[in-house]
Structures are given as C-alpha cells and as structure tokens.
Design a protein around this ligand. Structure first.
Ligand SMILES: [Zn+2]
Length: 144
C-alpha cells in the first residue's frame, strides 16, 4: 500500500529525475528514506556522464546502503524511485538488505512511454561445467 507519506517521497524521486534531465543525464531518480521519512541519500542516473552502464540511481543507492547502513537500519529503509528497478538494480537492492522499494512508473509503463527502454538483449549462457575444478576455491574459502 502506498501512503500519502510515500507519495511525498515518490514526488521527490520524480523531481530528482526531472533535474537529471536539466544536467544532461537520463530521467531517472531515486532516494533512500528512513521510517520517519528522513531522506538519507539521493541519486540520479549518470550512465551517459560516467560512461558507465551500471550508473543507475537504484544501484548507486543500494551500494551506499550496503556500505553505510547497519543491517537493522537498512531493513527499516525504503528506496523511492521514479521507475521500477531493472533486473541489475533489483539484485543489488536484495543484496543491500534494504527493506522496501516504492516506485512510480512500472517497467511496462516506461516501455509504453519509450519503447527503446524495453530493448534488452539476451546473452547466451553455457554451464555448469568443470565442477571438480570450480568447487575447489569455493570450498577452500568457505571452510576456512
Ligand atoms: Zn537499474
């Protein structure tokens, strides 16, 4: 359920996205907020500026949360983001320990507005292979 307090913070994420455009960056913005609505960090998409395909605001904030927040604080922290996180960012958000994500546009809505946003090539993956060789460093690390 999205509350009026959520909508206030979501509007801030959309403002960040709009501001990104004025800086020449792509229109995506996100923030992290504590349970009382205090904004802890903000970020926008800098893929073009940084020439970095991973410079999505959600990923930057997930990395920040994992570095800067203890697990209990992270679990009580919500990410507000102008668009639904992509697969790369969703994975990082799970690993960061953040407790909740609230997004404005869904991926389907974004693709309807900009069909190019849905152009995700697939990558061929072959495996598993070489189990006996590949398990050695894993076992050595986790048995220590
Ligand atoms: Zn992303």
């Amino acid at each position: 359920m999205i509350t009026p307090a959520d909508e206030r913070l979501l509007r801030r994420a959309i403002e960040i996205a709009a501001h990104a455009v004025t800086l020449g960056d792509a229109p995506y913005g996100s923030l992290l907020a504590g349970p009382d609505g205090t904004v802890l960090a903000e970020a926008h998409n800098t893929v073009r500026r940084d020439d970095d395909i991973t410079a999505h605001p959600e990923l930057k904030l997930a990395r920040w949360a994992a570095r800067e927040l203890d697990p209990d604080t992270a679990a009580d922290t919500t990410m507000y983001t102008s668009c639904e996180p992509c697969g790369m960012c969703a994975g990082a958000i799970v690993r960061s320990g953040l407790g909740r994500v609230v997004h404005a546009l869904s991926t389907a809505q974004l693709i309807a507005l900009n069909p190019g946003s849905g152009a995700r090539p697939t990558v061929r993956q072959d495996g598993p292979a070489l189990f006996d060789a590949a398990r050695a460093p894993i076992e050595a690390y986790y048995r220590a």
